[in-house]
Design a protein around this ligand. Structure first.
Ligand code: NAP
Ligand code: MG
Length: 489
């Protein structure tokens, strides 16, 4: 009898049933030191400099990461340029096969990716396991499917790749943002130089190992770690054809200035300050869950977080009471514990930024409410926080806090809430909770937000485009639209 080998399951939920406890990190292999991934191999940085990455829940060092300078970026760009000559010419279905292989390997190693994501970034394991890592793999699956269908996606337009894409990503969804960037670039025949964020480089480096194991031709994907200056070296490199950036609006503006006048193409996925709007006729219990998920998912480190809550006056008291009750049940603590709802704030700097805004909110005269949970004594943690009676001019309403802090305003009419929701520099996302389909259609056409969720929040899918208006950036990632920024016609 032949022995059956276990095939990786397409269903993550089933696969997890055989997993060792996720709190058990013994099966996770982290190296002491990580080098740069250039031209298919790991190489030491030119400067010989390394920086430490920490577990924000314990403040313990996890590993040292290489810091790439201009010389390393030059090497990575020339490897990507050389690889582009071949990669852009192999058959599209062959390209698709490589991308499928990356997706399959990611699925097989999902457990390891999840634990590392949680260790390095502080997000609850339940989220890494059920959302970040499966979605990242799905992104590769989805774009693998497009690789040999571009002529059908853009009929009679002869789509061609741009060349070398420089990609820079933030720390809030490290592997997922890498997938959002790399998968469409490869499917369209481009090659890549990607820089992860300083505080969360580990899953991108695990992805580099996976890419090496997948047999993807050398130089097609290069991963260079480092600080903002490494990102700037990519942005300013003359042999890069396209920059895809996800991060803060301030850095996005800098990038836009520095490539002005060049032929580089640009997409910017920047900050947000979404309105989450609850009408009198909303399903209240469902809406309260949506508010909780909207602002406390990933500790509020979410560009599309529903950080400005608008409640219609008739239900304001009941919504606020239920919200406070629900907040009391949230477990803040060890991100590796699968019961944890809110993990660690990503870094010491981010925690002090959030605390600064909490002080600003109190000084501005809004009424603060925090849940009474105990916080761990080590690590960077923040209690779930509400500000009642916030007003439109408050800084806590206008500026992105990027933490578990929600402002609450009430409204009477639909015109009033549209005016207030749009009166902000950002335009990334919004949420609407109502029983009436007509209200949903009315609002979705009037809210200046790239994504509007109705009676749900923070739902992501590779088939659906994502991106902003105004100071939230331009260009779309995901779906058919996500192919376009990597093509010339
Ligand atoms: P950030 O400070 O702008 O950093 C983003 C990335 O850019 C990091 O890799 C960073 O490197 C790098 N960088 C810093 N300075 C640079 C420069 N001068 N030139 C080129 N690259 C540079 O943002 P973050 O704090 O990591 O992320 C949070 C922000 O991202 C929030 O505003 C959030 O809303 C936004 N975001 C937007 C989306 C979206 O899809 N719209 C998704 C997720 C996050 P270092 O890590 O070394 O600083
Ligand atoms: Mg870290």
């Amino acid at each position: 009898m032949t022995k059956k080998t276990k095939q990786p399951s397409l269903d993550f939920k089933t696969d997890w049933a055989y997993a060792p406890a996720l709190e058990d990190t013994k099966h996770i292999s982290l190296k002491k030191q990580y080098d740069l991934f250039i031209d298919g191999e790991f190489v030491k940085p030119h400067s010989k400099k390394y920086f430490a990455t920490y577990n924000p829940a314990t403040e313990q060092k996890l590993a040292d990461i290489a810091e790439a300078d201009q010389t390393d970026v030059n090497k990575a760009v020339s490897a990507a340029r050389k690889a582009f000559e071949k990669w852009s010419k192999i058959s599209a279905s062959e390209r698709g096969k490589y991308i499928y292989r990356i997706a399959r390997l990611m699925q097989e190693r999902a457990r390891e990716f999840s634990v590392i994501e949680t260790l390095d970034g502080g997000k609850p394991i339940r989220e890494s396991r059920d959302i970040d890592i499966p979605l990242a793999a799905n992104h590769f699956f989805y774009y693998a499917g497009w690789a040999d269908k571009l002529e059908y996606a853009f009929p009679n337009r002869n789509p061609k790749p741009l060349g070398v894409a420089g990609q820079i990503i933030p720390w809030n969804f490290p592997l997922l943002m890498a997938a959002w960037k790399i998968a469409p670039a490869l499917a369209t025949g481009n090659t890549v130089v990607l820089k992860p964020a300083e505080s969360t480089s580990l899953t991108a480096l695990k992805l580099a190992e996976l890419i090496r194991d997948s047999g993807l031709p050398n130089g097609v994907v290069n991963i260079v770690t480092g600080a903002g200056s490494t990102g700037a070296a990519i942005v300013n490199h003359p042999d890069i054809n396209k920059i895809a950036f996800t991060g803060s609006t301030d850095v996005g503006k800098l990038i836009q200035k520095s490539i002005a006048g060049t032929s580089k193409k640009l997409t910017l996925e920047l900050g947000g300050k979404a309105a989450n709007i609850i009408f009198d006729d909303a399903p209240i219990d469902q809406a309260v869950e949506g508010i909780i998920n909207g602002i406390f998912f990933n500790q509020g480190h979410v560009c599309c977080a529903g950080s400005r809550l608008f409640i219609q006056e008739g239900v304001a008291d009941v919504v606020i009471r239920k919200l406070k009750d629900r907040m009391e049940t949230l477990i803040v603590g060890d991100p590796l514990d699968k019961n944890t709802d809110i993990g660690a704030i990503n870094s010491k700097e981010q925690l002090s930024k959030i605390n600064k805004y909490i002080t600003i909110g109190k000084n501005e005269g809004a009424e603060m409410y925090q849940s009474s949970c105990a916080l761990p004594t080590k690590g960077y943690f923040c209690r779930p926080t509400l500000f009642l009676n916030a007003s439109q001019s408050h800084r806590i309403v206008q500026e992105e806090i990027f933490g578990p802090v929600l402002t609450i305003q009430t409204f009477r009419t639909i015109e009033e809430v549209i005016e207030k929701a749009n009166n902000i520099p950002y335009g990334l996302s919004a949420g609407v909770w109502t029983d009436k389909g007509s209200k949903i259609f009315n609002l979705t056409s009037k809210l200046r937000a790239g994504v509007v969720w109705a009676n749900t929040y923070n739902k992501f899918d590779p088939t659906s485009p994502f991106g902003g208006y105004k100071e939230s950036g331009f260009g779309r990632e995901g779906g058919l639209h996500g192919l376009m920024p990597y093509l010339t016609f």
